[in-house]
Design a protein around this ligand. Structure first.
Ligand code: GRF
Length: 191
């Protein structure tokens, strides 16, 4: 299974996937990382891990569709089977989604369908929920609304701020994302 990862930030989920592959918990290889920010943490991790990384800066692309086309070209060149959006902070369009039907997995830091959007952790805190979590799901045209693959819940504890709660959620993201990729691959194999 040839995997690509798309990331904008720290890249801890990217690294968790690479680790799961090297430890045999995930039958696959991360063959390429795409980032949209030069110098982001994910890019530095890729250098350390020896994984090819391509910067595709959205500011140099005329449209969201053009950004997606550049990603598709990269993934085709690397003969990618499955693409994981691991903290990709740009909205993708049907151009990318339709190029990888059932092959695009996203990780989101809330228990969907609650708290879709860019600040799932902050929105959960503001709502006063006592249970938060994360969701790995297939990507569909509606943001954070595709078929759910795996979820994990964590408690919201007294004194939590966004950072503490997010750290607790991320520990679970790192665990469920490889599981979700395996599930997505199984679904593909079953047609
Ligand atoms: C994750 O919490 C993910 O759910 C969200 O962005 C964060 C990315 O973290 N979409 P990292 O870059 O994988 O460390």
């Amino acid at each position: 299974l040839r995997l690509a990862v798309m990331a904008s930030g720290e890249g801890s989920n990217f690294e968790a996937l690479v680790e799961a592959c090297s430890e045999g918990r995930l039958q696959g290889d991360v063959v390429v990382l795409a980032v949209n920010r030069e110098g982001c943490g994910a890019q530095r991790r890729a250098e350390r891990l020896g994984i090819p990384c391509q910067v595709i800066d959205h500011r140099h692309q005329p449209s969201r569709q053009a950004l997606d086309q550049a990603l598709i070209a990269l993934f085709r060149a690397h003969r990618v089977d499955l693409v994981v959006m691991a903290g990709w902070m740009r909205i993708v369009t049907p151009v990318l989604i339709d190029a990888f039907p059932g092959r695009l997995v996203n990780i989101h830091p809330s228990l969907l369908p609650s708290f879709r959007g860019a600040d799932g952790v902050g929105d959960a805190l503001a709502a006063g929920v006592t249970l938060a979590g994360c969701t790995a799901h297939l990507v569909s045209a509606e943001v954070d609304a595709g078929t759910i693959l795996v979820q994990a819940a964590v408690p919201v504890l007294a004194g939590d701020d966004r950072q503490r709660l997010h750290a607790r959620i991320q520990t679970q993201e790192h665990r469920i994302l490889p599981l979700a990729v395996s599930l997505a691959a199984q679904r593909l194999a079953q047609g």
